[in-house]
Design a protein around this ligand. Structure first.
Ligand code: NDP
Ligand code: GDR
Length: 320
């Protein structure tokens, strides 16, 4: 039986990945930072909270990572923990750098110290491309991050690559484009929209305030994307991969799909609020997942309409 240690196990991806690995017969250990209230709602939703083992630790506390690795002896580490909300990264830039950036070198150092044979997945991001000059982004596209979050992820990306090249460690970057689900945090735009649709249907909300609805994103389903993380660590050698659907849509188009699904016109509810504009924006993300298809045999299974409908259904159910 293989053991996987997941940092960020209580997050969207951590929950889906834990379920995926448990179904494969793994022993799954989650690094669990001390919080004053319950953060296990996603693991509860997937009915796996009791099947995961927990190790208290925080990615900014190197000693807690050393201890977690020594005690649990994982074969694979999936490093998902981050301050992952781009908009917050301008409000808490130093925390974002410490958690999302330095956290990566903390885990790499801890692995090097305890057992450099442990395979490691780093949750890199399409936000690293930022103000891209290319209409379609691949593993070769230059990075131009546009937020403290994106800058921190670029640091983590290069550290992961550097430890592979310097110490021959099995470390992989998954450059994942936006992926969503019914377990997405409410602050991210897709979930904000689907939650609002459900509340409007229930008569609990009248308007939906949004920022830049012309931003384009390549949105996939988180449940599909966690398989790609696992596949990267099963290859004969470590590498970096773009994981995306290959289709882009504006926030406005995404709204239209969500409102149309319940027979409403988004234009009757959406209010543009300039306060929600970001200090610097990423206008267009569109991934080319050709390498993942040819090397990992991975493609996205869920299209944008299916994804949005799934999220609206889940929010309608919650409102009930
Ligand atoms: P979430 O924000 O849902 O989850 C983040 C997780 O990190 C939570 O479990 C959180 O714990 C944990 N965490 C935060 N700070 C610390 C800390 N100091 N020590 C230990 N754990 C911490 O993110 P997602 O699941 O959506 O994303 C997973 C990873 O993938 C992140 O690194 C994100 O940046 C990256 N990514 C995500 C994409 C997406 O579209 N979802 C796309 C590309 C990359 P708690 O619950 O206690 O707050
Ligand atoms: P993103 O996701 O920044 O791409 O990062 P988010 O859903 O927050 O924003 C997507 C786009 O929508 C625009 N937008 C709004 N966004 C939010 N959150 N709220 C609004 O009201 C709103 N109105 C318009 C944004 O300006 C943006 O252009 C996500 C995170 O999961 C990162 O951790 C991950 O690395 C990237 O995806 C890939």
């Amino acid at each position: 039986m293989k053991t996987a240690l997941i940092t960020g196990v209580t997050g969207q991806d951590g929950a889906y990945l834990a379920k995926f690995l448990l179904d494969k017969g793994y022993r799954v250990v989650g690094l669990f930072p001390r919080r004053s209230s319950n953060t296990c709602w996603r693991l509860d939703y997937l009915n796996i909270a009791d099947e995961v083992e927990y190790m208290e630790g925080d990615v900014t506390d190197f000693t807690s990572l050393l201890r977690a690795l020594k005690l649990t002896k994982p074969d694979e580490v999936y490093h998902l923990a981050a301050q992952s909300f781009v908009a917050s990264s301008w409000k808490q830039p130093i925390l974002t750098a410490q958690v999302t950036g330095i956290g990566v070198v903390n885990i790499l150092e801890a692995i090097r110290e305890v057992n450099p044979e442990i395979k490691m997945y780093q949750a890199s991001s399409s936000e690293m491309f930022g103000m891209t000059e290319q209409s379609e982004q691949t593993e070769e596209t230059r990075f131009y991050p546009r937020s403290p979050y994106g800058v921190s992820k670029v640091f983590g990306y290069w550290m992961t690559k550097n430890y592979r090249e310097s110490f021959n460690m099995f470390t992989c970057n998954g450059i994942l484009f936006n992926h969503e689900s019914p377990l997405r945090g409410i602050e991210f735009v897709t979930r904000k929209v689907t939650d609002a649709v459900a509340r409007i249907v229930a008569g609990q909300q009248k308007e939906l305030h949004l920022g830049n609805i012309y931003a384009k994103r390549d949105w996939g389903f988180a449940g599909d994307y966690v398989e790609a993380m696992w596949l990267m660590l099963q290859q004969p050698s470590p590498d970096d991969y773009v994981i995306a659907t290959g289709r882009t849509a504006t926030v406005e188009e995404m709204c239209k799909i969500a409102f149309n699904y319940v027979g409403l016109n988004y234009q009757d509810y959406v209010v543009i609020d300039p306060q929600l504009y970001r200090p610097a924006e990423v206008d267009l993300l569109l991934g080319n997942p050709a390498k993942a298809k040819s090397k990992l045999g991975w493609t996205a299974k869920t299209n944008l309409e299916q994804l949005v409908h799934m999220m609206v259904d889940a929010d309608l159910e919650r409102i009930k």
